[in-house]
Write a protein that binds this ligand. Structure first.
Ligand SMILES: C[S@@+](CC[C@H](N)C(=O)[O-])C[C@H]1O[C@@H](n2cnc3c(N)ncnc32)[C@H](O)[C@@H]1O
Length: 219
């Protein structure tokens, strides 16, 4: 699979702080996984984990680290394209002495396609995906029918995806995309207590801005 031509992320500057760069240099061998075309052996990477969860688009990794800390028995494979965020997550993993997080820098589409075996994930976390509010950018929204077709085979039977968004039009979009798909069942859920409040939730609530959580299970 080639790098997607329609990207679901913004190309941002790779300005990185000195501590983030140092964390990348120091911890890559322990916490990082090189993006490539070989399938990962997830049960070797997380030998003691009861569940394996892939997080797509962890940003600066605040939620990732807090969730991994709450669930030491689960393994978390965290994916983002943004290199400074990888450095920041390495710092958090090191600070909290987490043993259950591994990080891949790259486009989740490519990583899912190339590196993840079918039926190997118990769940996927997708928190606050880029909303792409302009109509001409809707094609960039990561949640679409191709994405559902990509993730469904990677999930085990009864595997789930949990999505949170702070953009009401995107919440409506998510409901439409899943409603049109035979691959998943589910819908809106209460905000789960295990999902930490990140800076996205701290923002004011307006007509278009309120946080919604969704959980869909593979049929
Ligand atoms: C709006 S931010 C949210 C970050 C984080 N989940 C949070 O709640 O703070 C969306 C993140 O998704 C990442 N992203 C978007 N498309 C991606 C893709 N195809 N593969 C990996 N990461 C992606 C972006 O780089 C960005 O860091």
């Amino acid at each position: 699979m080639e790098e997607p031509t329609v990207r679901s992320y913004r190309i941002r500057g790779s300005r990185i702080t000195a501590p983030q760069q140092l964390a990348l240099d120091t911890h890559w061998a322990s916490f990082g996984i090189e993006a490539g075309s070989e399938k990962l052996n997830l049960s070797e990477i997380f030998p003691d984990s009861s569940e394996i969860i892939m997080e797509i688009g962890f940003g600066m990794g605040e939620a990732t680290a807090l969730i991994a800390e709450q669930f030491p028995e689960k393994g978390f494979l965290a994916v983002d394209v943004h290199r400074p965020g990888v450095g920041k997550l390495f710092l958090l993993i090191h600070e909290k002495q987490l043993k259950n997080v591994r990080v891949i820098q790259g486009d989740a589409h490519l990583i899912l396609h190339e590196m993840i075996e079918d039926q190997s994930l118990d769940g996927i976390h997708l928190f606050f995906p880029d909303p792409w509010p302009k109509k001409r950018h809707h094609k960039r929204r990561i949640v679409n029918s191709d994405f559902l077709a990509l993730i469904a085979p990677k999930l085990k039977a009864d595997g789930f995806i949990h999505i949170a968004t702070d953009w009401v039009p995107y919440a409506e979009w998510i409901e439409e995309v899943f409603a049109a798909s035979p691959l998943f069942a589910g819908g809106k859920v209460e905000r789960p207590s295990w999902r930490p409040v990140t800076r996205f939730e701290g923002q004011g609530i307006t007509k278009d801005h309120q946080v919604n959580d969704f959980r869909y299970v593979k049929r």
